[in-house]
Design a protein around this ligand. Structure first.
Ligand SMILES: [Fe+2]
Ligand SMILES: [Fe+2]
Length: 134
């Protein structure tokens, strides 16, 4: 069912913070799994279930990350939280669709992937020196 190449992990995505890297990879795997599910036209319920798990896991990751930034006194924490907040609003669109049993489109999966990879490489990398300095 998985199409791991859709959102495959690259060495350069690693932050060097082990738990964060594990969580990011898991989100990437969920995105690939979702892509695999819609491209193979499996039952809509399966895709919806993956969306729900993906959204739930991502929210849990944000909570973990925000706590880590706070503990390490990351200076741009407010900005970062705002970016998470905006993304969560977009995720709610996915939940809505899943609940209404509408089809999840490729466009939306692509959006998820692009957002994640960009966010990891740009915003997430900014807090890394604050965490690893200790
Ligand atoms: Fe983040
Ligand atoms: Fe992150």
């Amino acid at each position: 069912m998985k199409s791991l190449s859709f959102c495959s992990w690259k060495e350069s995505y690693n932050t060097g913070i082990e738990e964060i890297d594990i969580q990011h990879r898991k989100i990437a795997d969920y995105i690939s799994e979702l892509y695999g599910s819609i491209s193979q036209n499996v039952a809509a319920e399966t895709s919806n279930l993956i969306v729900e798990e993906l959204v739930q896991y991502t929210k849990t990751h944000f909570v973990y990350e925000e706590k880590l930034m706070e503990q390490n006194k990351f200076t741009k924490i407010d900005e970062h939280k705002k970016v998470h907040e905006e993304f969560k609003n977009k995720l709610n669109v996915f939940i809505d669709k899943a609940q209404k049993k509408q089809q999840i489109t490729f466009q939306l999966v692509q959006f998820l992937r692009d957002w994640l990879i960009e966010h990891i490489q740009v915003e997430d990398k900014e807090y890394v020196p604050f965490v690893l300095k200790k």
